[in-house]
Design a binder for this molecule. Structure first.
Ligand SMILES: Nc1ncnc2c1ncn2[C@@H]1O[C@H](COP(=O)(O)OP(=O)(O)OP(=O)(O)O)[C@@H](O)[C@H]1O
Length: 235
């Protein structure tokens, strides 16, 4: 299921486990392959292991068994090619929008940084907002800035943890469609965690449902229904 000659990187999990305490809750063993440029949604009830999985994917937690590979390279810790967008836009209030987007850019000169910032803000529909401050923006705009910040580093894998959950329905729908446009244009690999089953089916090419830290379903979203997902998640 390769998407449109993607530039994003492949993601592979083989035998990955992480348990909090001996025999405690957590995830695994997980085996998962994500194609370069694929859009994967992860759903699951509260406590099913979604956040633990994202922490493992973003390198904040190390697997206790197995390994995670991004573009064939073992992930050994937080990495600039793995960017995480969280529920609430965590912007630095004392920096401008441009400063926030430029924050993670390393090893570039000032001109290259400015070009990356301009491009990323244009992608999220905030061209010209460079000198604004976060408090001057709406919740949806702030979340757009955090997506721009993630995109500015040209990630091989974009991880999103319920990025639209704090937004009203109309803004949420608009941002979801914008994200699809960006994904299509940038050909980045996306792993998107959501509680909303309809959102997962709308956005993802493929849906993975977690239950009790294990994969209960891994299927193309085409042909899946919210009812079927609910049945799987209920066990
Ligand atoms: N720091 C921790 N110490 C001990 N147990 C933990 C810790 N973090 C999570 N857990 C447990 O691990 C399991 C998976 O939690 P996780 O937060 O990954 O689930 P989740 O699907 O993201 O839930 P939610 O949708 O509520 O955010 C749960 O049983 C949780 O109680």
């Amino acid at each position: 299921m390769t998407a449109h000659g993607a530039l994003g990187q492949s993601l592979d999990l083989s035998g990955v486990t992480y348990r909090y305490g001996r025999g405690g809750a957590g995830v695994g063993p997980l085996n998962l392959h994500v194609e370069p440029g694929e859009f994967l949604c992860i759903v699951g009830p509260s406590g099913s292991g979604k956040s633990t999985l994202l922490s493992l994917l973003s390198g904040f937690l190390r697997p206790q068994t197995g390994e995670i590979r991004l573009g064939g390279e073992v992930v050994r810790g937080p990495h600039p090619a793995l960017t995480l967008v969280q529920q609430e836009a965590a912007l630095f209030p004392w920096l401008t929008v441009g400063g926030n987007v430029a924050f993670g850019l390393k090893g570039l000169n000032a001109g290259e940084k400015a070009a990356r910032v301009t491009d990323a803000l244009r992608l999220v529909g905030l061209g010209g907002y460079e000198s604004r401050r976060p408090h001057e923006l709406s919740g949806g705009q702030r979340q757009r800035v955090s997506i721009a910040r993630a995109l500015a580093v040209r990630p091989g894998l974009l991880l999103l943890d319920e990025p639209f959950s704090a937004l009203d329905h109309a803004t949420r729908t608009a941002l979801a469609d914008e994200l699809l446009g960006i994904w299509w244009q940038q050909k980045v690999t996306v792993v998107f965690v959501t509680h909303q089953l309809d959102e997962a089916l709308h956005l993802g090419q493929r849906v993975v449902a977690l239950r009790g830290g294990e994969v209960a379903l891994d299927a193309p979203s085409k042909g899946l229904s919210v009812g079927e997902l609910k049945r799987v998640l209920a066990g």
